[in-house]
Design a binder for this molecule. Structure first.
Ligand SMILES: C[S@@+](CC[C@H](N)C(=O)[O-])C[C@H]1O[C@@H](n2cnc3c(N)ncnc32)[C@H](O)[C@@H]1O
Length: 285
């Protein structure tokens, strides 16, 4: 962990990164690994669940839906959705074997194994047949995929006509006018992409991101910026909630201790956090 944190240019594939992080998750009561949606959340547990709810509500998840959820972490989001929306079935795909194994046990303990199937696999090569689901979701993970464009093609393939795609995703912010701030943005993005396994091809800003969704065949594309309800809340929580701070890996606490002295706008100025929704056209061709 220290080698990964402090060695310049040290890269890890997403699977190795999450294997290294093991069960060091953000929430106290679950094992969520997203930054949280803080519009009305009071703590990290509420914020992470709120992010999952935001995605499910944007997907208009209903009891007759078959859902494919990629990058499910430890499946907290899938268990929450099953409890709240009771979709017919959720198939989860995750590239990190230890997360899949632990998530399978958790789902079984909750008595949901019949309705939630969790498999090891990549979002960019889904081991699933064509037109097998009504919804594809990706909560805070598509920036890792090699590449996001390949994932969009796969999502389009596995969705039935009329199916919905929803992503909570991290992309590049538009460059700031001020030169120094632009340099900070470039530095922050390069650190993020190096340390968190983000391919260069995924450094999209909002308009090219929407263009890629259209190019994959989707319609009713909407890419909404929600960063104001993500980054400041996460930044504030890290400085106020010492238990959350202590759950960060030891080697990550030192850089964060420094970053907490800087305002959220500067620390996260390189990023746009988006909620992207799109639909596969009802009629093929
Ligand atoms: C930041 S975590 C988010 C986990 C979860 N969605 C949550 O909100 O708690 C990113 C997740 O994406 C998964 N992941 C990364 N690359 C992947 C890929 N190519 N296919 C499937 N899952 C992937 C990781 O294993 C990890 O579970």
């Amino acid at each position: 962990m220290a080698a990964w944190s402090y060695t310049p240019f040290q890269r890890l594939a997403a699977r190795d990164l999450y294997s290294l992080l093991a069960t060091r998750a953000f929430t106290e009561n679950g094992l969520y690994l997203n930054l949280g949606y803080w519009k009305s959340a009071r703590n990290i547990d509420e914020a992470c669940a709120a992010m999952a709810m935001l995605v499910a509500e944007a997907a208009k998840m209903r009891p007759d839906d078959d859902v494919v959820d990629v990058g499910f972490g430890f499946a907290d989001q899938d268990m929450l959705w099953m409890e709240r929306f009771s979709p017919r079935h959720i198939t989860g795909l995750n590239i990190t074997p230890m997360q899949v194994r632990l998530a399978q046990q958790r789902v079984k303990r909750r008595g949901m194994a019949e309705r939630i199937t969790l498999i090891e696999g990549s979002a960019t090569a889904m081991p699933l047949p064509d037109a097998c689901c009504d919804i594809v979701t990706a909560v805070e993970c598509a920036f890792h995929f090699h590449t996001r464009e390949d994932f969009l093609a796969e999502a389009f393939r596995v969705l039935r006509p009329g199916g919905r795609l929803v992503l909570a995703d991290v992309i590049r912010a538009a460059p700031e006018a001020d030169r120094l701030r632009r340099r900070i943005q470039d530095f922050t993005w390069s650190q993020f992409s190096q340390k968190f396994s983000v391919p260069t091809a995924n450094a999209d800003q909002r308009v090219p991101y929407a263009t890629k969704l259209h190019a994959a065949g989707f319609e009713m594309v909407d890419v909404a910026a929600i960063g104001e309800h993500v980054f400041p809340g996460w930044h504030r929580a890290l400085s106020e909630d010492r238990a959350l701070f202590a759950r960060l890996p030891l080697a990550g606490r030192l850089p964060y201790q420094f970053l907490l002295n800087i305002d959220a706008h500067t620390v996260y100025g390189a990023f746009d956090y988006v909620l992207a929704t799109a639909r596969k056209p009802r009629q093929d061709g």
